[in-house]
Design a protein around this ligand. Sequence first.
Ligand code: SAM
Length: 460
Amino acid sequence: MQTLAENLPIAFVNSLEHCAGFDRTAFEAVHKAGEKVTSVRLNTAKTQVPANIGGQELSPVPWCPGAYYLAQRPSFTFDPLFHAGTYYVQEASSMFLWSVLSQVAGEPGGERVLDLCAAPGGKSTLLASYFHNGLVVANEVIRTRSNVLVENSTKWGTGNMVVTNNDPSHFQALPGYFDVMVVDAPCSGSGLFRKDPEAISEWSEDNVTLCSQRQQRILADVYPALKEGGLLIYSTCSYSSEEDEEILDWLMKEFALESCPVTLQPDWGIVPVSSPEKKAAGYRFYPDKVKGEGFFIAAFRKKEHSSGTVFVKKNTLLSPATKQEAVMVAGWLQQSEGLFLFKQKETIIAVQEKWRDDIAALQQTLHIRKAGVAIGEIKGKDLVPDHALALSLLVKKDLQVWEFSKENALQYLRRKDVDMGEAPKGWTLARYEGVNLGWMKVLPGRMNNYYPVEWRILKD
Ligand code: SAM
């Protein structure tokens, strides 16, 4: 049976009566109206011009550069630029993270960043763009959900992400390691009721209590990995104060943290709040006030020292590619300077040289699903290029390319054969509107499509 957004549980609406900025009539009306807001954040490293997605005009999301509302939701599946990682479809309120970072973290300069609860990767890709010189560890505890994180970080292509699949407690092996930590905690999810009315039936007061306890456990587990002076950003998509302001009070009582307020523009409609006891600053997003879904966010700076040191054990050091392999790889890269190439089985992986020891340190403590950019596999005298290379910023710009029409680009993304006509033979980058989609090998009279099977479009 379909649930309607207007069927909000009475106990739920009553529980919000005491929340700052809550307007029952407007809140119920906006759920009843059920408007769908669609927004995207551009990958400015791949595209500078707003893509005219679905042929429609875009209007800016005011708190995040390069982010836009779409007048209508197009079929993203049938937009090749979506698969190429030129934009990420992200709920607008949660993009406020950018504004928080720009005010509290300031100019980025090579930070170590953890996104603890990261799948499917909305905030991780935002962090990878913001901290373009940094290293972003995107972690997801649920193994199956970490797959989509690998996919989205590969498509984003910035190369500064490490995807891990660990429990928050495992990060205690990295005391004082991270400069910035984002905990976008699992929550009771009421902020998404308008978008996903099916979730309404799962709401209960008991679940709010359970979520609140789990949020505390997660924060307590990961806290030692934040360095002194480091930034902790906590967010949920719940309206319940037990998961929002009360967590802020709990954090302030439990740890030596300083609340970091941010400045808002009045026309954004975001409600500034302070926690009841410790007066920590937080920000509430109500869909009747902002153009976006329900969201809550707060930032803190750590005032105490974290005890312990991270040592890299010799046996976890990464095995560098040989000189010969490095030469083989160089022809595929825009530039090799500043890159460290290492081998994992037969695959050559590139990371920024400055992160070499960090990747080794992470490898000895965490379960890494993906680090840096996979360049390709050495097969005899040849390199079979990896899909990640095609979508990354590292790939050489003047390799052999073939620009597809939209129809053929979609055929390619379905992993079907495309008639290549007179295309030159050999390894070729499949492109659409100047953006790489993946690899193919053009052979006499046919082509081999190297688009990853698991990511292909299944719909016709
Ligand atoms: N940050 C993501 C984004 O912006 O795309 C959304 C994250 S979602 C709100 C919360 C995530 O926490 C989910 O991916 C969920 O699997 C994960 N999670 C669930 N239980 C957890 C736990 N006990 N510890 C850490 N993460 C957990």
